[in-house]
Design a protein around this ligand. Sequence first.
Ligand code: FES
Length: 196
Amino acid sequence: MAKLTRRDLVWIVPLAATGGFFGWFGLRAWRIQFTKTSPGEPRWKDGPKVAIARVGELARVWDFREFAYPIAGLGELKSILIRVPKPEPGGASAGGAYFLALSRICTHQGCLVNYVPDPEAGAIAYNYRTDHPFLGCPCHFSAFDPLQAGKAVFGPARYPLPRLRLAIEDGTIYATGHEVPLRPIEGRVGLREWSA
Ligand code: FES
């Protein structure tokens, strides 16, 4: 076998480094795009019963209400209740109105996601195009779709936003527990906005 000379290394080393970078980049892009988890039926953990809103306060589809849900030993989970146009797994309904409640803690690295009611503005701010409101993370621009039960649909987040269990009684919408695992608290990364 021919011996490598110093002159060979002049092109082999940069070539290997470039190949390694593009390989890593391609693998990362593939993982981000094709390994996002779809939310199915949730597993719930019981929690306190907390009133969020009256049904009539979310009179139109896409009306929303932000709220904080107490989690024993952890603090308050910043969350959002959204009136959605169709039934979602883990949501609730009353009189033909459908609701879904999601954690606002991004499953990527724990930043606080924002409700983006205007998809056109969202396309500019988050580089994600859709025809309906979504939840966007300002840290690394992940987007989460309320019409797919909170699935991560764009950006580096792979897991959906955890859902909160809803109950509707006498016209009041309550949160009564949360989905497990409660990502990212029960995942591998830390939180930036938890209870901030
Ligand atoms: S923390 Fe939300 S995309 Fe990174």
